[in-house]
Design a protein around this ligand. Structure first.
Ligand code: GLU
Length: 441
Protein backbone atom coordinates (compact mmCIF):
# COMPACT_ATOMS: atom_id res chain seq x y z
CA UNK A 1 0.00 0.00 0.00
CA UNK A 2 1.76 3.10 -1.25
CA UNK A 3 0.95 6.59 -0.09
CA UNK A 4 1.72 9.19 -2.74
CA UNK A 5 1.09 12.89 -2.95
CA UNK A 6 0.68 15.64 -5.47
CA UNK A 7 1.87 18.93 -4.00
CA UNK A 8 0.98 21.94 -6.14
CA UNK A 9 1.63 25.48 -4.99
CA UNK A 10 -1.63 27.41 -5.47
CA UNK A 11 0.08 30.27 -7.24
CA UNK A 12 -1.48 29.55 -10.62
CA UNK A 13 -3.57 27.08 -12.59
CA UNK A 14 -2.47 23.50 -13.17
CA UNK A 15 -0.75 23.01 -16.50
CA UNK A 16 -0.29 19.87 -18.49
CA UNK A 17 3.00 19.05 -16.73
CA UNK A 18 1.36 19.29 -13.28
CA UNK A 19 -1.59 17.24 -14.48
CA UNK A 20 0.79 14.53 -15.60
CA UNK A 21 2.53 14.46 -12.20
CA UNK A 22 -0.82 14.35 -10.41
CA UNK A 23 -2.04 11.55 -12.65
CA UNK A 24 1.05 9.42 -12.17
CA UNK A 25 0.97 9.78 -8.41
CA UNK A 26 -2.72 8.90 -8.40
CA UNK A 27 -1.98 5.87 -10.55
CA UNK A 28 0.82 4.66 -8.30
CA UNK A 29 -1.49 4.85 -5.31
CA UNK A 30 -4.38 3.18 -7.14
CA UNK A 31 -2.21 0.35 -8.34
CA UNK A 32 -1.14 -0.55 -4.84
CA UNK A 33 -4.52 0.09 -3.20
CA UNK A 34 -2.81 2.95 -1.40
CA UNK A 35 -3.68 6.58 -0.82
CA UNK A 36 -3.24 9.64 -2.95
CA UNK A 37 -2.91 12.90 -1.03
CA UNK A 38 -3.52 16.33 -2.49
CA UNK A 39 -1.14 18.56 -0.57
CA UNK A 40 -1.57 22.26 -1.06
CA UNK A 41 1.85 23.90 -0.72
CA UNK A 42 0.62 27.28 0.42
CA UNK A 43 3.34 28.48 2.76
CA UNK A 44 3.94 31.44 0.49
CA UNK A 45 1.04 33.51 1.77
CA UNK A 46 1.69 36.40 -0.59
CA UNK A 47 1.54 34.33 -3.79
CA UNK A 48 -0.93 31.62 -2.79
CA UNK A 49 -4.55 32.31 -3.74
CA UNK A 50 -7.72 30.58 -2.64
CA UNK A 51 -9.11 30.79 -6.17
CA UNK A 52 -6.23 28.61 -7.36
CA UNK A 53 -6.87 26.06 -4.61
CA UNK A 54 -10.47 25.89 -5.87
CA UNK A 55 -9.32 25.62 -9.47
CA UNK A 56 -6.93 22.79 -8.63
CA UNK A 57 -9.75 20.84 -6.95
CA UNK A 58 -12.11 21.49 -9.85
CA UNK A 59 -9.57 20.44 -12.45
CA UNK A 60 -8.66 17.22 -10.63
CA UNK A 61 -12.34 16.38 -10.15
CA UNK A 62 -13.02 16.96 -13.85
CA UNK A 63 -10.16 14.63 -14.71
CA UNK A 64 -11.46 12.04 -12.25
CA UNK A 65 -8.24 12.15 -10.26
CA UNK A 66 -9.76 12.02 -6.81
CA UNK A 67 -7.58 12.55 -3.77
CA UNK A 68 -8.19 10.37 -0.73
CA UNK A 69 -7.52 13.40 1.39
CA UNK A 70 -6.36 16.96 1.24
CA UNK A 71 -3.68 18.56 3.37
CA UNK A 72 -2.62 22.17 3.57
CA UNK A 73 0.80 23.36 4.57
CA UNK A 74 -0.54 26.63 5.98
CA UNK A 75 -2.39 24.59 8.64
CA UNK A 76 0.75 22.70 9.66
CA UNK A 77 3.11 25.53 10.56
CA UNK A 78 3.48 24.28 14.14
CA UNK A 79 4.90 20.99 12.80
CA UNK A 80 7.52 22.82 10.78
CA UNK A 81 8.39 24.92 13.81
CA UNK A 82 8.90 21.80 15.92
CA UNK A 83 11.11 20.13 13.29
CA UNK A 84 13.04 23.36 12.90
CA UNK A 85 13.74 23.64 16.62
CA UNK A 86 14.83 20.01 16.84
CA UNK A 87 17.16 20.28 13.85
CA UNK A 88 18.55 23.61 15.04
CA UNK A 89 19.21 22.18 18.49
CA UNK A 90 20.94 19.22 16.83
CA UNK A 91 23.22 21.64 14.96
CA UNK A 92 21.74 20.90 11.54
CA UNK A 93 20.18 24.32 11.03
CA UNK A 94 22.16 27.52 11.45
CA UNK A 95 21.49 31.23 11.19
CA UNK A 96 23.04 33.25 8.37
CA UNK A 97 23.13 37.01 8.05
CA UNK A 98 24.34 37.78 4.53
CA UNK A 99 22.24 40.14 2.49
CA UNK A 100 21.13 39.29 -1.05
CA UNK A 101 23.80 41.63 -2.39
CA UNK A 102 26.55 39.99 -0.35
CA UNK A 103 25.49 36.55 -1.55
CA UNK A 104 25.33 37.76 -5.12
CA UNK A 105 28.83 39.19 -4.83
CA UNK A 106 30.18 35.91 -3.43
CA UNK A 107 28.59 34.07 -6.34
CA UNK A 108 30.12 36.39 -8.88
CA UNK A 109 33.58 36.07 -7.36
CA UNK A 110 33.41 32.26 -7.46
CA UNK A 111 32.03 32.17 -10.99
CA UNK A 112 34.72 34.65 -12.04
CA UNK A 113 37.35 32.22 -10.80
CA UNK A 114 35.68 29.41 -12.71
CA UNK A 115 34.44 27.79 -9.50
CA UNK A 116 30.91 26.48 -8.79
CA UNK A 117 28.89 29.12 -6.90
CA UNK A 118 28.52 27.13 -3.68
CA UNK A 119 27.74 28.95 -0.45
CA UNK A 120 31.00 29.26 1.53
CA UNK A 121 29.42 28.70 4.95
CA UNK A 122 30.63 32.10 6.04
CA UNK A 123 27.88 32.19 8.68
CA UNK A 124 29.39 29.17 10.43
CA UNK A 125 32.59 31.16 10.99
CA UNK A 126 30.83 33.81 13.05
CA UNK A 127 31.63 33.93 16.75
CA UNK A 128 28.89 34.31 19.33
CA UNK A 129 29.88 37.94 19.75
CA UNK A 130 29.68 38.63 16.05
CA UNK A 131 26.23 37.06 15.91
CA UNK A 132 25.11 39.06 18.93
CA UNK A 133 26.39 42.21 17.26
CA UNK A 134 24.37 41.48 14.11
CA UNK A 135 21.23 40.91 16.14
CA UNK A 136 21.90 44.08 18.15
CA UNK A 137 22.00 45.93 14.83
CA UNK A 138 18.52 44.53 14.20
CA UNK A 139 19.63 42.12 11.48
CA UNK A 140 17.38 39.08 11.57
CA UNK A 141 19.01 35.89 10.29
CA UNK A 142 17.70 33.58 7.63
CA UNK A 143 18.31 29.89 8.24
CA UNK A 144 20.24 27.24 6.38
CA UNK A 145 20.23 23.47 6.61
CA UNK A 146 23.76 22.18 7.17
CA UNK A 147 24.52 19.40 4.73
CA UNK A 148 26.57 16.49 5.95
CA UNK A 149 29.70 16.49 3.79
CA UNK A 150 30.98 13.10 4.91
CA UNK A 151 29.37 10.78 2.43
CA UNK A 152 27.96 10.96 -1.05
CA UNK A 153 24.17 11.06 -1.32
CA UNK A 154 22.95 8.05 -3.26
CA UNK A 155 19.51 6.76 -4.14
CA UNK A 156 17.89 4.34 -6.55
CA UNK A 157 15.70 6.57 -8.65
CA UNK A 158 12.57 4.90 -10.01
CA UNK A 159 13.14 6.47 -13.43
CA UNK A 160 16.79 7.53 -13.54
CA UNK A 161 18.43 4.54 -11.93
CA UNK A 162 21.25 5.12 -9.43
CA UNK A 163 21.58 8.80 -8.63
CA UNK A 164 24.62 10.16 -6.83
CA UNK A 165 25.43 13.62 -5.48
CA UNK A 166 28.55 14.95 -3.78
CA UNK A 167 27.13 17.09 -0.95
CA UNK A 168 30.22 19.31 -1.04
CA UNK A 169 29.04 20.52 -4.43
CA UNK A 170 25.70 21.69 -3.03
CA UNK A 171 25.03 24.88 -1.09
CA UNK A 172 23.50 24.51 2.34
CA UNK A 173 19.93 25.39 1.37
CA UNK A 174 18.11 28.34 2.89
CA UNK A 175 15.06 26.81 4.49
CA UNK A 176 13.56 29.78 6.30
CA UNK A 177 13.51 33.47 5.56
CA UNK A 178 14.42 36.23 8.00
CA UNK A 179 10.72 37.03 8.46
CA UNK A 180 10.13 33.47 9.70
CA UNK A 181 8.38 32.27 6.55
CA UNK A 182 9.22 28.88 5.08
CA UNK A 183 10.85 27.90 1.86
CA UNK A 184 9.70 24.70 0.23
CA UNK A 185 12.43 22.28 1.31
CA UNK A 186 11.84 21.54 5.01
CA UNK A 187 8.01 21.65 5.19
CA UNK A 188 7.81 19.21 2.31
CA UNK A 189 10.12 16.78 4.08
CA UNK A 190 8.25 17.12 7.38
CA UNK A 191 4.99 16.40 5.56
CA UNK A 192 6.36 13.39 3.74
CA UNK A 193 7.51 11.99 7.09
CA UNK A 194 4.24 12.72 8.96
CA UNK A 195 2.03 11.50 6.14
CA UNK A 196 4.12 8.36 5.62
CA UNK A 197 4.60 9.11 1.94
CA UNK A 198 6.38 6.06 0.58
CA UNK A 199 6.94 7.15 -3.00
CA UNK A 200 7.80 10.66 -4.16
CA UNK A 201 7.28 11.01 -7.89
CA UNK A 202 7.94 14.43 -9.39
CA UNK A 203 9.66 16.24 -12.23
CA UNK A 204 13.39 16.03 -12.79
CA UNK A 205 13.72 19.70 -11.91
CA UNK A 206 13.57 18.44 -8.31
CA UNK A 207 16.54 16.06 -8.50
CA UNK A 208 18.94 18.25 -6.54
CA UNK A 209 16.20 19.03 -3.99
CA UNK A 210 15.95 15.29 -3.46
CA UNK A 211 19.64 15.09 -2.59
CA UNK A 212 19.12 17.70 0.12
CA UNK A 213 15.84 16.25 1.34
CA UNK A 214 17.34 12.78 1.70
CA UNK A 215 19.72 14.29 4.25
CA UNK A 216 16.77 15.96 5.98
CA UNK A 217 14.89 12.65 6.29
CA UNK A 218 17.98 11.07 7.79
CA UNK A 219 18.58 14.02 10.11
CA UNK A 220 15.00 13.63 11.38
CA UNK A 221 15.58 9.93 11.96
CA UNK A 222 12.89 9.07 9.42
CA UNK A 223 12.95 6.46 6.63
CA UNK A 224 13.76 7.86 3.21
CA UNK A 225 10.90 7.36 0.72
CA UNK A 226 11.45 5.93 -2.75
CA UNK A 227 12.15 8.73 -5.21
CA UNK A 228 11.46 8.90 -8.92
CA UNK A 229 11.97 11.87 -11.22
CA UNK A 230 10.27 12.03 -14.57
CA UNK A 231 11.81 13.68 -17.58
CA UNK A 232 10.11 16.98 -18.23
CA UNK A 233 7.42 17.55 -20.79
CA UNK A 234 8.48 19.53 -23.85
CA UNK A 235 6.62 20.95 -26.84
CA UNK A 236 6.57 19.06 -30.09
CA UNK A 237 9.65 20.98 -31.28
CA UNK A 238 11.49 19.34 -28.40
CA UNK A 239 11.91 22.51 -26.37
CA UNK A 240 10.51 23.49 -23.02
CA UNK A 241 7.66 25.60 -24.18
CA UNK A 242 5.98 28.52 -22.52
CA UNK A 243 2.73 27.45 -24.07
CA UNK A 244 2.76 24.10 -22.26
CA UNK A 245 3.16 26.01 -19.02
CA UNK A 246 -0.19 27.67 -19.58
CA UNK A 247 -2.01 24.81 -21.26
CA UNK A 248 -4.53 23.47 -18.76
CA UNK A 249 -7.97 22.03 -18.20
CA UNK A 250 -9.84 25.18 -19.26
CA UNK A 251 -8.29 25.06 -22.71
CA UNK A 252 -8.88 21.33 -22.99
CA UNK A 253 -12.52 21.71 -21.96
CA UNK A 254 -13.08 24.57 -24.42
CA UNK A 255 -11.63 22.47 -27.21
CA UNK A 256 -13.96 19.61 -26.34
CA UNK A 257 -11.19 17.30 -25.17
CA UNK A 258 -12.51 14.46 -23.01
CA UNK A 259 -10.74 13.91 -19.67
CA UNK A 260 -10.25 10.29 -20.72
CA UNK A 261 -8.20 11.42 -23.71
CA UNK A 262 -5.91 13.42 -21.46
CA UNK A 263 -5.49 10.44 -19.17
CA UNK A 264 -4.84 8.04 -22.02
CA UNK A 265 -2.16 10.30 -23.46
CA UNK A 266 -0.47 11.44 -20.25
CA UNK A 267 -0.31 8.02 -18.68
CA UNK A 268 1.84 6.76 -21.54
CA UNK A 269 3.62 9.77 -23.00
CA UNK A 270 7.36 9.42 -22.46
CA UNK A 271 7.09 5.68 -21.78
CA UNK A 272 7.93 2.74 -24.00
CA UNK A 273 4.23 1.81 -24.14
CA UNK A 274 2.11 2.85 -27.14
CA UNK A 275 -0.18 5.83 -26.71
CA UNK A 276 -3.65 4.48 -27.46
CA UNK A 277 -7.23 5.68 -27.02
CA UNK A 278 -7.78 3.56 -23.92
CA UNK A 279 -10.73 4.60 -21.77
CA UNK A 280 -10.67 1.63 -19.44
CA UNK A 281 -8.68 2.93 -16.52
CA UNK A 282 -7.95 -0.53 -15.27
CA UNK A 283 -5.93 -1.18 -18.44
CA UNK A 284 -4.02 2.05 -18.00
CA UNK A 285 -3.37 1.17 -14.37
CA UNK A 286 -2.33 -2.41 -15.03
CA UNK A 287 0.22 -1.34 -17.60
CA UNK A 288 1.51 1.71 -15.72
CA UNK A 289 5.06 1.03 -14.62
CA UNK A 290 7.87 3.46 -13.79
CA UNK A 291 10.37 1.15 -15.45
CA UNK A 292 8.79 1.96 -18.83
CA UNK A 293 9.63 5.66 -18.46
CA UNK A 294 12.46 6.99 -20.57
CA UNK A 295 14.96 9.61 -19.54
CA UNK A 296 14.51 11.71 -22.65
CA UNK A 297 12.03 14.60 -22.42
CA UNK A 298 8.49 13.55 -23.29
CA UNK A 299 7.08 15.41 -26.28
CA UNK A 300 3.59 16.75 -25.96
CA UNK A 301 1.82 17.37 -29.25
CA UNK A 302 -1.75 18.71 -29.44
CA UNK A 303 -2.28 16.64 -32.58
CA UNK A 304 -1.79 13.43 -30.57
CA UNK A 305 -4.35 14.58 -28.05
CA UNK A 306 -6.85 15.49 -30.78
CA UNK A 307 -6.36 12.13 -32.47
CA UNK A 308 -6.91 10.19 -29.25
CA UNK A 309 -9.87 12.35 -28.38
CA UNK A 310 -11.55 11.72 -31.72
CA UNK A 311 -11.00 7.98 -31.40
CA UNK A 312 -12.50 8.04 -27.91
CA UNK A 313 -15.52 10.09 -29.06
CA UNK A 314 -16.09 7.67 -31.96
CA UNK A 315 -16.25 4.77 -29.53
CA UNK A 316 -18.42 6.40 -26.87
CA UNK A 317 -21.59 4.53 -25.98
CA UNK A 318 -24.81 6.56 -25.97
CA UNK A 319 -25.33 6.00 -22.25
CA UNK A 320 -22.00 7.58 -21.41
CA UNK A 321 -22.74 10.71 -23.36
CA UNK A 322 -26.51 11.16 -23.36
CA UNK A 323 -26.62 13.86 -20.68
CA UNK A 324 -24.40 16.07 -22.79
CA UNK A 325 -26.29 15.71 -26.07
CA UNK A 326 -28.82 18.11 -27.62
CA UNK A 327 -32.41 17.67 -26.47
CA UNK A 328 -34.42 15.04 -28.28
CA UNK A 329 -31.51 13.09 -29.70
CA UNK A 330 -31.81 9.34 -29.15
CA UNK A 331 -29.41 6.47 -29.54
CA UNK A 332 -30.01 6.20 -33.30
CA UNK A 333 -29.37 9.93 -33.65
CA UNK A 334 -26.10 9.65 -31.71
CA UNK A 335 -24.95 6.77 -33.89
CA UNK A 336 -25.82 8.67 -37.07
CA UNK A 337 -23.84 11.72 -36.01
CA UNK A 338 -20.98 10.09 -34.07
CA UNK A 339 -18.66 9.26 -37.00
CA UNK A 340 -18.84 12.87 -38.21
CA UNK A 341 -17.73 14.60 -35.02
CA UNK A 342 -14.39 15.10 -33.35
CA UNK A 343 -15.83 16.45 -30.13
CA UNK A 344 -19.15 15.76 -28.38
CA UNK A 345 -19.97 19.46 -28.65
CA UNK A 346 -20.11 19.18 -32.43
CA UNK A 347 -23.14 16.87 -32.20
CA UNK A 348 -25.49 19.86 -32.11
CA UNK A 349 -24.33 21.12 -35.52
CA UNK A 350 -25.27 17.83 -37.15
CA UNK A 351 -28.38 17.16 -35.10
CA UNK A 352 -29.72 20.48 -36.38
CA UNK A 353 -29.98 18.82 -39.79
CA UNK A 354 -32.59 16.49 -38.33
CA UNK A 355 -34.56 19.01 -36.31
CA UNK A 356 -34.24 21.86 -38.80
CA UNK A 357 -34.73 24.47 -39.92
CA UNK A 358 -32.31 23.86 -42.74
CA UNK A 359 -31.23 26.19 -45.49
CA UNK A 360 -31.35 24.69 -48.95
CA UNK A 361 -29.22 25.90 -51.86
CA UNK A 362 -30.69 27.16 -55.15
CA UNK A 363 -31.27 24.20 -57.47
CA UNK A 364 -31.19 24.12 -61.27
CA UNK A 365 -34.47 23.48 -63.08
CA UNK A 366 -33.26 20.01 -63.92
CA UNK A 367 -32.55 19.21 -60.29
CA UNK A 368 -35.86 20.73 -59.26
CA UNK A 369 -37.62 18.30 -61.56
CA UNK A 370 -35.55 15.50 -60.13
CA UNK A 371 -36.34 16.47 -56.54
CA UNK A 372 -40.02 16.73 -57.37
CA UNK A 373 -39.87 13.18 -58.67
CA UNK A 374 -38.06 12.22 -55.45
CA UNK A 375 -40.86 13.74 -53.36
CA UNK A 376 -43.36 11.62 -55.28
CA UNK A 377 -41.22 8.50 -55.03
CA UNK A 378 -40.50 8.67 -51.29
CA UNK A 379 -42.07 5.77 -49.44
CA UNK A 380 -41.53 4.73 -45.88
CA UNK A 381 -39.95 1.45 -44.87
CA UNK A 382 -37.10 0.18 -42.71
CA UNK A 383 -34.72 1.63 -45.22
CA UNK A 384 -36.37 4.61 -46.90
CA UNK A 385 -33.04 5.97 -48.24
CA UNK A 386 -32.09 2.68 -49.91
CA UNK A 387 -35.58 2.39 -51.41
CA UNK A 388 -35.63 6.02 -52.60
CA UNK A 389 -32.23 5.98 -54.25
CA UNK A 390 -32.67 2.65 -56.02
CA UNK A 391 -36.06 3.68 -57.35
CA UNK A 392 -34.65 7.02 -58.59
CA UNK A 393 -31.63 5.37 -60.11
CA UNK A 394 -33.93 3.12 -62.07
CA UNK A 395 -36.37 5.82 -63.15
CA UNK A 396 -33.95 8.66 -63.95
CA UNK A 397 -30.78 6.83 -64.97
CA UNK A 398 -28.84 9.12 -62.60
CA UNK A 399 -25.98 7.66 -60.64
CA UNK A 400 -23.19 8.65 -58.26
CA UNK A 401 -23.03 12.30 -57.30
CA UNK A 402 -25.89 13.42 -59.55
CA UNK A 403 -28.12 10.83 -57.94
CA UNK A 404 -27.17 11.48 -54.32
CA UNK A 405 -26.00 15.08 -53.93
CA UNK A 406 -29.22 16.96 -54.78
CA UNK A 407 -31.09 14.66 -52.39
CA UNK A 408 -28.62 15.29 -49.58
CA UNK A 409 -28.72 19.03 -50.26
CA UNK A 410 -32.49 19.12 -50.29
CA UNK A 411 -32.86 16.96 -47.20
CA UNK A 412 -30.08 18.50 -45.08
CA UNK A 413 -28.94 21.71 -46.77
CA UNK A 414 -25.37 20.35 -46.73
CA UNK A 415 -22.98 18.85 -49.27
CA UNK A 416 -21.64 16.29 -46.83
CA UNK A 417 -22.51 14.91 -43.42
CA UNK A 418 -23.74 11.83 -41.64
CA UNK A 419 -24.81 8.75 -43.53
CA UNK A 420 -28.15 9.51 -45.22
CA UNK A 421 -29.36 5.97 -44.60
CA UNK A 422 -29.24 6.71 -40.87
CA UNK A 423 -30.30 10.32 -41.10
CA UNK A 424 -33.44 9.99 -43.22
CA UNK A 425 -35.39 7.84 -40.74
CA UNK A 426 -34.57 10.41 -38.08
CA UNK A 427 -35.84 13.30 -40.22
CA UNK A 428 -39.09 11.38 -40.63
CA UNK A 429 -41.44 10.86 -43.56
CA UNK A 430 -43.54 14.03 -43.42
CA UNK A 431 -40.61 16.37 -42.87
CA UNK A 432 -38.53 14.65 -45.57
CA UNK A 433 -41.34 14.96 -48.06
CA UNK A 434 -41.85 18.61 -47.15
CA UNK A 435 -38.14 19.34 -47.64
CA UNK A 436 -38.07 17.64 -51.05
CA UNK A 437 -41.17 19.52 -52.12
CA UNK A 438 -39.79 22.84 -50.92
CA UNK A 439 -36.55 22.23 -52.86
CA UNK A 440 -38.40 21.43 -56.06
CA UNK A 441 -40.65 24.51 -55.92
N1 GLU B 1 5.19 22.51 -4.33
C1 GLU B 1 6.29 21.86 -4.99
C2 GLU B 1 6.21 22.13 -6.47
O1 GLU B 1 5.15 22.45 -6.96
C3 GLU B 1 6.20 20.37 -4.71
C4 GLU B 1 7.36 19.58 -5.18
C5 GLU B 1 7.28 18.17 -4.64
O2 GLU B 1 6.57 17.36 -5.22
O3 GLU B 1 7.90 17.90 -3.63
O4 GLU B 1 7.21 22.09 -7.16
Amino acid sequence: MTITRFAPSPTGRLHVGNIRTALHNWMLAQKSGGEFILRIDDTDAARSKEEYVEAIRTDLAWLGIEANREERQSKRLDKYEAAFVALRDAGRIYPAYETQQELELKRKVLLGRGLPPIYDRGALELTDDERAAKEAEGIQPHWRFKLDHDEPIVWEDGVRGTAKFDPRLLSDPVIRRADGSWLYMLPSTVDDVDMAVAQVLRGEDHVSNTAVQIQMFTAMGAPVPAFAHEALLVGKEGKLSKRLGSLGCDTFREKGIEPEAILALLSRLGTSLPVEPITDRSILLDTFDLSTFGRAPARFDDADLDRINTAIVHAMPFDAVKDRLPEGIDEAGWHAVQPNIETVGETAEWWRLVTGPIEQPEFTDEDKAYLSEAAGTLTWSDDPWGALTSALKESTGRKGKTLFLPLRQALTGMNHGPDMGELLPLIGEAEAKARLERASA
